[in-house]
Ligand binder design. Structure first.
Ligand code: MTE
Ligand code: MO
Length: 337
């Protein structure tokens, strides 16, 4: 992963105001409150926010059942109230090496990447394994919006309104056995559809592989993601199904997942294999452990301009310490970077 010095190729004139959208569920909840909060005390815990939407541009397509499911999205917990990065940045400034290594490559090269039909193989140390359609995978899970910080190891960051559901809820359905200590994830390997996989001089091996310890994977923050900004995931953001692990560097948040495996051994992950001294298995956001070639103490929050860069201090665990610090109490984080 190289640091790019150029700013994103987006003019501020192209950035439109994001629209707020009140979905039906929220209206109903508001109505419920008006009728008498005493009768429905559970409402006290419901976030008052509305789900963020961007309707001007729809990138890629999705089946009707997915569209309907997305329409039922409700605001979730753990959302930051920091300003959300505009849709145009989230969808035009990407890392997705399967579609090219420049930030603008994925939005250009993934245009015709169709993700319906899609299936996911569940394998390894679990009672329930096999091939599942995307619809089977998603059916029991209600969707929620979580606005998370995304901190790339390259020292830029965004705030993204993801739509998804807890990975822990998905894992439970497959009944992992006591031998399952890790979860391994794999991206689609299809060089015909992913031009980056045809390159001879690739920085990384394909398929892209990521992994988590079981307790990390079942942490309440770990999210299976199917959308952003009220829409289905654009192809460049990892359609139709990706992981988002907000307390770790962005490369752990693997895109376009086709395989999930429960294993007893720690998986060898893509960036770790490519440069083990630079990218570790844990990859927890940590301002005190620098990358060998650059500091991790600060980050550049997008959007910013050449004249008004938004430099800010990087937070331990990307600010998610209250939820995840306990996972690492026995670990030397300088050695296990
Ligand atoms: N399969 C795959 N997943 C991937 C990557 C990739 O190149 N291939 N890049 C990672 C990196 S380095 C980052 S920062 C995030 C970027 O996600 P975004 O483009 O949706 O912001 O995706 C991660 N997931
Ligand atoms: Mo990244």
């Amino acid at each position: 992963m190289l640091i790019k010095r150029n700013t994103p190729a987006i003019k501020s004139s192209e950035i439109t105001d994001e629209q707020l959208y009140i979905n039906r569920r929220n209206l109903l909840k508001t109505a419920g409150t008006a009728l008498g909060a005493m009768a429905v005390p559970v409402l006290a815990n419901t976030p008052k926010r509305k789900v963020l939407r961007h309707d001007e541009t729809v990138i890629g397509s999705t089946p009707d059942w997915m569209q309907e499911k997305l329409g039922r999205t409700v605001p979730g917990n753990f959302s930051t109230d920091e300003p959300v990065t505009p849709f145009e940045y989230i969808t035009k400034y990407n890392n997705f090496y399967e579609f090219g290594t420049d930030k603008e490559d994925p939005s250009r090269n993934a245009k015709d990447f169709h993700t319906d039909p899609w299936s996911v193989e569940i394998m390894g140390e679990a009672e329930v394994t096999g091939q599942f359609t995307l619809e089977d995978i998603l059916r029991p899970h209600p969707l929620e919006e979580r606005i998370y910080r995304l901190r790339c190891v390259e020292a830029w960051s965004m705030v993204v309104p993801w739509i998804g559901f807890p990975l822990a809820d998905l894992i439970k359905r497959f009944k992992p056995t006591s031998k399952a200590k890790y979860v391994r994830f794999e991206t689609l390997f299809d060089p015909e559809r992913m031009p980056g996989q045809r390159s001879f001089f690739s920085a990384i091996d394909y398929p892209y592989v990521e992994g988590l310890r079981m307790d990390e994977a079942t942490n309440e923050l770990a999210l299976m993601v199917v959308g952003l900004y009220g829409q289905h995931l654009p192809p460049q953001n990892g359609a139709p199904l990706r992981l988002v692990i907000p307390w770790k560097y962005g490369f752990k948040s693997i895109k376009s997942i086709v395989r999930i495996e429960f294993t007893s051994r720690r998986p060898r992950t893509t960036w770790e294999r490519s440069a083990p001294n630079e990218y570790g298995f844990y990859a927890n956001v940590n301002p005190n452990v620098d990358h060998p070639r650059w500091s991790q103490a600060t980050e550049r929050r997008l959007p910013g301009s050449l004249f008004r860069p938004q430099r800010m201090e990087t937070m331990m665990f990307n600010g998610y310490g209250p939820q995840v610090a306990h996972l690492y109490s026995d670990l030397n984080l300088k050695r296990n970077f």
